[in-house]
Design a protein around this ligand. Structure first.
Ligand SMILES: Cc1cc2nc3c(=O)[nH]c(=O)nc-3n(C[C@H](O)[C@H](O)[C@H](O)COP(=O)(O)OP(=O)(O)OC[C@H]3O[C@@H](n4cnc5c(N)ncnc54)[C@H](O)[C@@H]3O)c2cc1C
Length: 414
Protein backbone atom coordinates (compact mmCIF):
# COMPACT_ATOMS: atom_id res chain seq x y z
CA UNK A 1 0.00 0.00 0.00
CA UNK A 2 1.33 3.45 -0.91
CA UNK A 3 2.37 5.44 2.18
CA UNK A 4 2.00 9.23 2.33
CA UNK A 5 3.16 11.47 5.21
CA UNK A 6 1.69 14.96 5.66
CA UNK A 7 1.40 17.61 8.34
CA UNK A 8 -2.30 18.36 7.81
CA UNK A 9 -4.75 16.22 5.84
CA UNK A 10 -8.07 17.86 4.95
CA UNK A 11 -10.89 15.49 3.97
CA UNK A 12 -13.23 17.23 1.52
CA UNK A 13 -12.45 19.99 -1.01
CA UNK A 14 -15.61 22.08 -0.58
CA UNK A 15 -15.51 25.64 0.81
CA UNK A 16 -14.77 24.28 4.31
CA UNK A 17 -11.80 22.19 3.17
CA UNK A 18 -10.45 24.97 0.95
CA UNK A 19 -10.51 27.59 3.72
CA UNK A 20 -9.12 25.18 6.34
CA UNK A 21 -6.19 24.10 4.16
CA UNK A 22 -5.24 27.71 3.33
CA UNK A 23 -5.31 28.61 7.03
CA UNK A 24 -3.24 25.57 8.02
CA UNK A 25 -0.60 26.46 5.42
CA UNK A 26 -0.61 30.10 6.50
CA UNK A 27 -0.04 28.95 10.08
CA UNK A 28 3.20 27.30 8.94
CA UNK A 29 2.24 23.64 8.36
CA UNK A 30 4.47 22.58 5.48
CA UNK A 31 2.74 19.61 3.86
CA UNK A 32 -0.97 20.24 3.58
CA UNK A 33 -3.06 17.80 1.55
CA UNK A 34 -6.69 18.07 0.41
CA UNK A 35 -8.39 14.74 -0.36
CA UNK A 36 -11.54 15.09 -2.52
CA UNK A 37 -13.66 12.30 -4.01
CA UNK A 38 -15.05 14.49 -6.79
CA UNK A 39 -13.37 15.35 -10.10
CA UNK A 40 -12.95 19.00 -9.06
CA UNK A 41 -12.67 21.18 -5.97
CA UNK A 42 -15.54 23.42 -4.79
CA UNK A 43 -17.96 20.93 -3.21
CA UNK A 44 -21.67 21.61 -3.41
CA UNK A 45 -21.02 25.19 -4.58
CA UNK A 46 -20.30 24.00 -8.13
CA UNK A 47 -24.00 23.23 -8.65
CA UNK A 48 -25.26 26.41 -6.90
CA UNK A 49 -25.23 28.69 -9.96
CA UNK A 50 -27.55 31.24 -8.36
CA UNK A 51 -26.13 34.43 -6.86
CA UNK A 52 -26.06 35.27 -3.15
CA UNK A 53 -22.68 33.97 -2.06
CA UNK A 54 -19.85 36.05 -0.62
CA UNK A 55 -21.81 39.14 0.49
CA UNK A 56 -20.03 39.16 3.85
CA UNK A 57 -16.69 37.80 2.73
CA UNK A 58 -16.06 39.69 -0.50
CA UNK A 59 -18.81 42.37 -0.24
CA UNK A 60 -20.00 41.15 -3.64
CA UNK A 61 -22.87 38.97 -4.81
CA UNK A 62 -21.17 35.96 -6.36
CA UNK A 63 -22.55 32.70 -7.70
CA UNK A 64 -21.50 29.46 -5.95
CA UNK A 65 -18.90 28.50 -8.61
CA UNK A 66 -17.48 32.06 -8.55
CA UNK A 67 -17.11 31.93 -4.76
CA UNK A 68 -15.45 28.52 -4.95
CA UNK A 69 -13.14 29.66 -7.74
CA UNK A 70 -11.76 32.51 -5.60
CA UNK A 71 -10.59 29.95 -3.04
CA UNK A 72 -9.38 27.50 -5.70
CA UNK A 73 -7.24 30.33 -7.14
CA UNK A 74 -5.81 31.04 -3.67
CA UNK A 75 -4.94 27.32 -3.37
CA UNK A 76 -3.19 27.40 -6.76
CA UNK A 77 -0.90 30.16 -5.49
CA UNK A 78 0.34 27.83 -2.72
CA UNK A 79 2.06 24.42 -2.58
CA UNK A 80 -1.00 22.77 -1.00
CA UNK A 81 -1.36 19.31 -2.56
CA UNK A 82 -4.70 18.17 -3.93
CA UNK A 83 -5.76 14.56 -4.53
CA UNK A 84 -8.92 14.50 -6.66
CA UNK A 85 -11.10 11.46 -7.38
CA UNK A 86 -9.83 10.01 -4.12
CA UNK A 87 -12.34 8.56 -1.69
CA UNK A 88 -11.51 8.40 2.00
CA UNK A 89 -12.72 5.08 3.39
CA UNK A 90 -11.51 5.17 6.97
CA UNK A 91 -9.98 7.47 9.55
CA UNK A 92 -8.32 6.11 12.69
CA UNK A 93 -7.95 7.84 16.07
CA UNK A 94 -4.16 7.68 15.51
CA UNK A 95 -4.71 9.97 12.49
CA UNK A 96 -4.16 7.42 9.75
CA UNK A 97 -6.37 7.81 6.71
CA UNK A 98 -7.19 4.98 4.30
CA UNK A 99 -8.21 6.27 0.88
CA UNK A 100 -8.51 4.85 -2.63
CA UNK A 101 -8.11 6.19 -6.16
CA UNK A 102 -7.64 4.65 -9.57
CA UNK A 103 -4.06 5.88 -9.95
CA UNK A 104 -2.47 4.65 -6.72
CA UNK A 105 -5.04 2.10 -5.53
CA UNK A 106 -5.16 2.02 -1.72
CA UNK A 107 -3.33 4.78 0.12
CA UNK A 108 -2.30 4.96 3.77
CA UNK A 109 -1.95 8.62 4.71
CA UNK A 110 -0.25 9.51 8.00
CA UNK A 111 -1.23 12.98 9.19
CA UNK A 112 -0.08 14.96 12.20
CA UNK A 113 -3.53 16.53 12.22
CA UNK A 114 -6.75 15.99 10.26
CA UNK A 115 -9.56 18.36 9.32
CA UNK A 116 -12.93 16.71 8.70
CA UNK A 117 -14.71 18.77 6.01
CA UNK A 118 -16.98 16.22 4.29
CA UNK A 119 -20.09 18.41 4.10
CA UNK A 120 -23.58 16.95 4.37
CA UNK A 121 -26.14 15.00 2.36
CA UNK A 122 -29.87 15.43 1.81
CA UNK A 123 -32.57 13.63 3.75
CA UNK A 124 -34.44 11.32 1.38
CA UNK A 125 -37.96 10.01 0.87
CA UNK A 126 -37.09 6.93 2.96
CA UNK A 127 -36.64 9.14 6.03
CA UNK A 128 -40.17 10.59 5.60
CA UNK A 129 -42.17 7.42 5.00
CA UNK A 130 -44.63 8.99 2.55
CA UNK A 131 -47.27 6.41 1.56
CA UNK A 132 -47.89 5.58 -2.10
CA UNK A 133 -46.08 3.88 -4.95
CA UNK A 134 -42.45 4.18 -5.94
CA UNK A 135 -42.78 5.92 -9.32
CA UNK A 136 -40.03 7.83 -11.12
CA UNK A 137 -40.07 11.60 -10.70
CA UNK A 138 -39.35 11.89 -6.96
CA UNK A 139 -36.00 13.62 -6.40
CA UNK A 140 -34.20 15.35 -3.61
CA UNK A 141 -33.98 19.05 -4.47
CA UNK A 142 -30.17 18.94 -4.60
CA UNK A 143 -30.22 16.03 -7.07
CA UNK A 144 -32.60 17.99 -9.31
CA UNK A 145 -30.31 21.00 -8.92
CA UNK A 146 -27.39 18.94 -10.19
CA UNK A 147 -29.43 17.62 -13.16
CA UNK A 148 -30.46 21.12 -14.20
CA UNK A 149 -27.34 23.15 -13.43
CA UNK A 150 -24.56 20.69 -14.26
CA UNK A 151 -26.03 18.04 -16.57
CA UNK A 152 -28.49 20.32 -18.40
CA UNK A 153 -31.66 18.24 -17.88
CA UNK A 154 -34.88 19.63 -16.40
CA UNK A 155 -36.44 16.58 -14.75
CA UNK A 156 -40.11 17.61 -15.19
CA UNK A 157 -42.68 20.17 -16.36
CA UNK A 158 -45.05 20.35 -13.40
CA UNK A 159 -43.56 20.17 -9.93
CA UNK A 160 -44.60 20.11 -6.30
CA UNK A 161 -41.92 20.80 -3.70
CA UNK A 162 -42.16 19.25 -0.25
CA UNK A 163 -40.26 21.26 2.35
CA UNK A 164 -39.32 24.90 2.25
CA UNK A 165 -35.60 24.53 2.94
CA UNK A 166 -33.29 26.81 0.98
CA UNK A 167 -32.50 24.26 -1.73
CA UNK A 168 -36.23 23.70 -2.36
CA UNK A 169 -36.86 27.45 -2.59
CA UNK A 170 -33.91 27.95 -4.94
CA UNK A 171 -35.17 25.06 -7.09
CA UNK A 172 -38.71 26.48 -7.22
CA UNK A 173 -37.23 29.56 -8.91
CA UNK A 174 -34.86 27.53 -11.12
CA UNK A 175 -37.70 25.29 -12.40
CA UNK A 176 -39.78 28.38 -13.16
CA UNK A 177 -36.89 30.04 -15.02
CA UNK A 178 -36.40 26.82 -17.02
CA UNK A 179 -40.04 26.92 -18.17
CA UNK A 180 -41.55 24.38 -15.77
CA UNK A 181 -44.54 25.16 -13.55
CA UNK A 182 -44.22 24.87 -9.78
CA UNK A 183 -47.70 24.12 -8.47
CA UNK A 184 -46.93 24.43 -4.76
CA UNK A 185 -44.34 24.40 -2.02
CA UNK A 186 -45.67 22.44 0.94
CA UNK A 187 -44.24 22.93 4.45
CA UNK A 188 -45.22 21.07 7.63
CA UNK A 189 -44.04 23.88 9.95
CA UNK A 190 -46.09 27.07 10.55
CA UNK A 191 -43.23 29.09 8.97
CA UNK A 192 -40.85 28.65 6.03
CA UNK A 193 -37.75 26.60 6.82
CA UNK A 194 -35.45 28.59 4.50
CA UNK A 195 -34.01 32.08 4.66
CA UNK A 196 -36.52 34.96 4.42
CA UNK A 197 -34.59 36.40 1.46
CA UNK A 198 -35.12 33.11 -0.42
CA UNK A 199 -38.88 33.06 0.37
CA UNK A 200 -39.18 36.57 -1.10
CA UNK A 201 -36.83 36.19 -4.07
CA UNK A 202 -37.74 32.61 -5.06
CA UNK A 203 -41.47 32.24 -4.22
CA UNK A 204 -43.16 35.61 -3.78
CA UNK A 205 -41.43 37.20 -6.81
CA UNK A 206 -42.71 34.30 -8.98
CA UNK A 207 -46.20 33.91 -7.42
CA UNK A 208 -45.47 30.36 -6.27
CA UNK A 209 -47.88 29.37 -3.46
CA UNK A 210 -46.46 28.24 -0.11
CA UNK A 211 -48.78 26.01 1.93
CA UNK A 212 -47.76 26.05 5.60
CA UNK A 213 -48.75 23.41 8.20
CA UNK A 214 -49.35 21.01 5.32
CA UNK A 215 -47.68 17.89 3.99
CA UNK A 216 -47.80 15.32 1.18
CA UNK A 217 -49.81 12.33 2.38
CA UNK A 218 -49.83 10.28 -0.82
CA UNK A 219 -47.87 9.90 -4.01
CA UNK A 220 -49.93 8.77 -7.04
CA UNK A 221 -48.60 7.11 -10.17
CA UNK A 222 -47.13 3.83 -11.25
CA UNK A 223 -44.28 4.30 -13.71
CA UNK A 224 -44.07 8.07 -13.35
CA UNK A 225 -45.53 10.24 -10.58
CA UNK A 226 -48.91 11.66 -11.71
CA UNK A 227 -50.11 13.58 -8.66
CA UNK A 228 -49.70 14.05 -4.93
CA UNK A 229 -52.33 14.47 -2.24
CA UNK A 230 -51.54 17.17 0.27
CA UNK A 231 -53.35 17.87 3.55
CA UNK A 232 -53.16 20.31 6.42
CA UNK A 233 -51.66 18.98 9.66
CA UNK A 234 -52.39 19.56 13.34
CA UNK A 235 -49.75 20.58 15.89
CA UNK A 236 -48.59 16.93 16.13
CA UNK A 237 -48.17 16.84 12.33
CA UNK A 238 -51.12 14.47 11.89
CA UNK A 239 -53.13 15.10 8.69
CA UNK A 240 -56.48 16.78 9.36
CA UNK A 241 -59.31 14.75 7.71
CA UNK A 242 -61.31 16.73 5.14
CA UNK A 243 -58.41 19.02 4.16
CA UNK A 244 -56.97 16.70 1.47
CA UNK A 245 -56.29 18.14 -1.97
CA UNK A 246 -54.93 16.34 -5.04
CA UNK A 247 -52.37 18.24 -7.15
CA UNK A 248 -51.36 16.88 -10.56
CA UNK A 249 -47.61 16.89 -11.15
CA UNK A 250 -44.87 14.90 -12.89
CA UNK A 251 -42.17 15.75 -10.34
CA UNK A 252 -41.94 15.87 -6.57
CA UNK A 253 -38.88 17.56 -5.12
CA UNK A 254 -37.93 16.93 -1.51
CA UNK A 255 -36.23 19.69 0.45
CA UNK A 256 -36.56 18.23 3.90
CA UNK A 257 -33.23 18.76 5.58
CA UNK A 258 -29.54 18.04 5.40
CA UNK A 259 -27.62 15.49 7.44
CA UNK A 260 -23.90 16.03 8.21
CA UNK A 261 -21.79 13.30 6.56
CA UNK A 262 -20.29 11.75 9.69
CA UNK A 263 -19.87 8.04 8.98
CA UNK A 264 -16.06 8.42 8.86
CA UNK A 265 -16.07 10.52 12.04
CA UNK A 266 -18.25 8.11 14.06
CA UNK A 267 -16.27 5.10 12.90
CA UNK A 268 -13.08 6.82 14.12
CA UNK A 269 -14.66 7.36 17.55
CA UNK A 270 -15.46 11.07 17.22
CA UNK A 271 -18.21 12.02 19.73
CA UNK A 272 -21.32 13.32 17.93
CA UNK A 273 -23.83 15.92 19.16
CA UNK A 274 -27.31 14.33 18.74
CA UNK A 275 -28.83 17.75 17.94
CA UNK A 276 -26.45 18.90 15.17
CA UNK A 277 -25.50 15.35 14.07
CA UNK A 278 -21.97 16.76 13.86
CA UNK A 279 -18.91 16.35 16.12
CA UNK A 280 -18.65 17.93 19.56
CA UNK A 281 -15.84 20.49 19.30
CA UNK A 282 -13.96 22.94 21.47
CA UNK A 283 -13.03 26.53 20.58
CA UNK A 284 -10.12 25.25 18.45
CA UNK A 285 -12.75 23.23 16.48
CA UNK A 286 -11.02 20.09 17.78
CA UNK A 287 -13.12 16.97 18.39
CA UNK A 288 -12.70 14.64 21.37
CA UNK A 289 -9.92 12.90 19.38
CA UNK A 290 -6.69 14.88 19.75
CA UNK A 291 -5.52 16.33 16.43
CA UNK A 292 -8.83 15.71 14.62
CA UNK A 293 -10.71 18.92 13.80
CA UNK A 294 -14.07 19.55 12.08
CA UNK A 295 -15.68 22.46 10.22
CA UNK A 296 -18.35 23.38 7.66
CA UNK A 297 -21.49 21.38 7.04
CA UNK A 298 -20.02 18.20 8.53
CA UNK A 299 -20.00 20.05 11.88
CA UNK A 300 -23.43 21.70 11.63
CA UNK A 301 -25.55 22.72 8.65
CA UNK A 302 -24.84 26.29 7.51
CA UNK A 303 -27.05 28.54 5.41
CA UNK A 304 -24.30 30.99 4.41
CA UNK A 305 -21.05 29.86 2.89
CA UNK A 306 -19.31 32.97 4.27
CA UNK A 307 -19.76 31.52 7.77
CA UNK A 308 -18.39 28.17 6.55
CA UNK A 309 -15.20 29.88 5.38
CA UNK A 310 -14.80 31.81 8.64
CA UNK A 311 -15.32 28.77 10.86
CA UNK A 312 -13.05 26.59 8.70
CA UNK A 313 -10.18 29.07 8.83
CA UNK A 314 -10.26 28.68 12.58
CA UNK A 315 -10.22 24.87 12.31
CA UNK A 316 -7.36 25.02 9.78
CA UNK A 317 -5.31 27.43 11.88
CA UNK A 318 -5.54 25.17 14.94
CA UNK A 319 -4.91 22.02 12.88
CA UNK A 320 -1.76 23.72 11.55
CA UNK A 321 -0.67 24.62 15.08
CA UNK A 322 -1.32 21.08 16.28
CA UNK A 323 0.77 19.63 13.46
CA UNK A 324 3.63 21.95 14.45
CA UNK A 325 3.37 20.80 18.07
CA UNK A 326 2.29 24.28 19.15
CA UNK A 327 -1.04 23.44 20.77
CA UNK A 328 -1.17 23.88 24.51
CA UNK A 329 -3.36 22.42 27.26
CA UNK A 330 -5.95 24.95 28.36
CA UNK A 331 -6.13 25.56 32.11
CA UNK A 332 -9.85 26.38 32.26
CA UNK A 333 -12.62 24.63 30.32
CA UNK A 334 -16.04 26.24 30.09
CA UNK A 335 -19.02 24.14 29.00
CA UNK A 336 -21.40 25.89 26.63
CA UNK A 337 -25.09 25.22 27.22
CA UNK A 338 -28.04 26.00 24.94
CA UNK A 339 -30.64 27.79 27.09
CA UNK A 340 -34.14 29.18 26.40
CA UNK A 341 -35.11 28.96 22.70
CA UNK A 342 -31.61 27.94 21.59
CA UNK A 343 -31.45 24.61 19.74
CA UNK A 344 -27.69 24.24 19.72
CA UNK A 345 -24.44 26.18 20.03
CA UNK A 346 -21.08 25.46 18.39
CA UNK A 347 -18.40 25.22 19.82
CA UNK A 348 -19.54 23.08 22.71
CA UNK A 349 -16.65 23.89 25.04
CA UNK A 350 -14.28 26.89 25.26
CA UNK A 351 -11.26 28.09 27.18
CA UNK A 352 -11.02 31.64 28.47
CA UNK A 353 -7.72 32.38 26.74
CA UNK A 354 -8.74 33.14 23.16
CA UNK A 355 -11.51 35.15 21.50
CA UNK A 356 -14.30 32.89 20.32
CA UNK A 357 -17.20 33.15 17.88
CA UNK A 358 -20.29 31.13 18.73
CA UNK A 359 -22.67 29.89 16.02
CA UNK A 360 -26.19 28.88 17.02
CA UNK A 361 -29.79 28.38 15.89
CA UNK A 362 -33.04 29.09 17.70
CA UNK A 363 -35.82 26.53 18.14
CA UNK A 364 -38.73 28.77 17.11
CA UNK A 365 -39.26 32.25 15.63
CA UNK A 366 -39.50 35.21 18.03
CA UNK A 367 -39.59 38.98 17.55
CA UNK A 368 -38.11 41.85 19.61
CA UNK A 369 -35.88 39.76 21.85
CA UNK A 370 -32.24 39.75 22.96
CA UNK A 371 -29.49 37.15 22.70
CA UNK A 372 -27.89 36.75 26.12
CA UNK A 373 -24.43 35.17 26.33
CA UNK A 374 -24.06 34.07 29.94
CA UNK A 375 -24.70 37.62 31.12
CA UNK A 376 -21.40 38.65 29.45
CA UNK A 377 -23.00 40.16 26.37
CA UNK A 378 -26.55 40.97 25.33
CA UNK A 379 -27.51 41.75 21.73
CA UNK A 380 -30.92 43.07 20.68
CA UNK A 381 -32.61 41.20 17.82
CA UNK A 382 -35.66 42.44 15.97
CA UNK A 383 -36.37 38.84 15.01
CA UNK A 384 -34.82 35.38 15.33
CA UNK A 385 -35.66 32.48 12.97
CA UNK A 386 -34.55 28.81 13.02
CA UNK A 387 -33.43 29.18 9.39
CA UNK A 388 -31.06 32.04 10.15
CA UNK A 389 -27.91 31.11 12.02
CA UNK A 390 -26.87 33.56 14.75
CA UNK A 391 -23.28 34.32 15.61
CA UNK A 392 -21.69 36.26 18.42
CA UNK A 393 -18.10 37.03 19.34
CA UNK A 394 -16.81 36.97 22.93
CA UNK A 395 -13.43 38.22 24.12
CA UNK A 396 -11.12 36.37 26.55
CA UNK A 397 -11.65 39.21 29.07
CA UNK A 398 -15.42 38.66 28.94
CA UNK A 399 -14.96 34.90 29.39
CA UNK A 400 -12.58 35.41 32.31
CA UNK A 401 -15.27 37.40 34.12
CA UNK A 402 -17.68 34.44 33.96
CA UNK A 403 -18.48 32.88 37.31
CA UNK A 404 -18.58 29.08 37.27
CA UNK A 405 -17.72 26.71 34.45
CA UNK A 406 -20.92 26.84 32.39
CA UNK A 407 -21.85 29.50 29.84
CA UNK A 408 -25.58 29.54 29.09
CA UNK A 409 -26.60 31.16 25.81
CA UNK A 410 -30.28 32.00 25.58
CA UNK A 411 -32.96 34.20 24.12
CA UNK A 412 -34.48 36.62 26.64
CA UNK A 413 -37.11 39.36 26.61
CA UNK A 414 -35.69 42.76 25.64
C1 LIG B 1 -28.10 23.15 -2.66
C2 LIG B 1 -27.48 24.18 -1.75
C3 LIG B 1 -27.71 25.56 -1.98
C4 LIG B 1 -27.04 26.52 -1.21
N1 LIG B 1 -27.24 27.84 -1.46
C5 LIG B 1 -26.50 28.78 -0.75
C6 LIG B 1 -26.58 30.19 -1.04
O1 LIG B 1 -27.38 30.63 -1.88
N2 LIG B 1 -25.78 31.07 -0.37
C7 LIG B 1 -24.89 30.62 0.58
O2 LIG B 1 -24.13 31.43 1.13
N3 LIG B 1 -24.82 29.30 0.90
C8 LIG B 1 -25.59 28.37 0.28
N4 LIG B 1 -25.51 27.04 0.58
C9 LIG B 1 -24.67 26.66 1.72
C10 LIG B 1 -23.20 26.43 1.37
O3 LIG B 1 -23.05 26.16 0.03
C11 LIG B 1 -22.73 25.27 2.15
O4 LIG B 1 -22.92 25.61 3.49
C12 LIG B 1 -21.26 24.96 1.89
O5 LIG B 1 -21.10 24.52 0.56
C13 LIG B 1 -20.75 23.87 2.83
O6 LIG B 1 -19.40 23.65 2.57
P1 LIG B 1 -18.66 22.29 2.99
O7 LIG B 1 -17.28 22.42 2.44
O8 LIG B 1 -18.85 22.06 4.43
O9 LIG B 1 -19.46 21.13 2.26
P2 LIG B 1 -19.54 20.72 0.71
O10 LIG B 1 -19.61 21.89 -0.17
O11 LIG B 1 -20.66 19.73 0.64
O12 LIG B 1 -18.15 19.97 0.46
C14 LIG B 1 -17.84 18.71 1.04
C15 LIG B 1 -16.86 18.00 0.13
O13 LIG B 1 -16.38 16.82 0.77
C16 LIG B 1 -16.25 15.79 -0.19
N5 LIG B 1 -16.28 14.49 0.50
C17 LIG B 1 -17.28 14.01 1.29
N6 LIG B 1 -16.95 12.77 1.75
C18 LIG B 1 -15.74 12.47 1.24
C19 LIG B 1 -14.88 11.33 1.33
N7 LIG B 1 -15.21 10.24 2.06
N8 LIG B 1 -13.70 11.35 0.67
C20 LIG B 1 -13.35 12.43 -0.07
N9 LIG B 1 -14.12 13.54 -0.22
C21 LIG B 1 -15.29 13.56 0.43
C22 LIG B 1 -17.45 16.02 -1.11
O14 LIG B 1 -17.27 15.43 -2.36
C23 LIG B 1 -17.49 17.55 -1.18
O15 LIG B 1 -16.75 18.07 -2.26
C24 LIG B 1 -26.18 26.08 -0.17
C25 LIG B 1 -26.00 24.70 0.09
C26 LIG B 1 -26.66 23.77 -0.68
C27 LIG B 1 -26.46 22.28 -0.35
Amino acid sequence: MKQVHVDVAVIGGGPAGLAASLAARKEGAERVLIIERNTELGGILQQCIHHGFGLHRFKEELTGPEYAQRFIDFIKETDIEVMLETMVLEVTPERKIYAVNSESGMLEIHAKSIVLAMGCRERTRGALRIPGGRPAGVYSAGTAQRYVNIDGYVPGKKAVILGSGDIGLIMARRFTLEGAKVEAVVEVLPYAAGLTRNVVQCLEDYDIPLYLQSTVIEIHGNKRIEAVTIAQVDEKWNPIPGTERKIECDTLLLSVGLVPENELSSQAGVAIDPITNGPLVDDAMMTNLPGIFACGNVLHVHDLVDNVSKESERAGMYAGRYALGKSSEKARRIKVQAGENIRYVVPHEVSSEEPVEFFMRVQRPQDDVALDVGGLRRIRKTSVRPSEMLDVKITPEQLQSLEGDTLVIQIVEQ
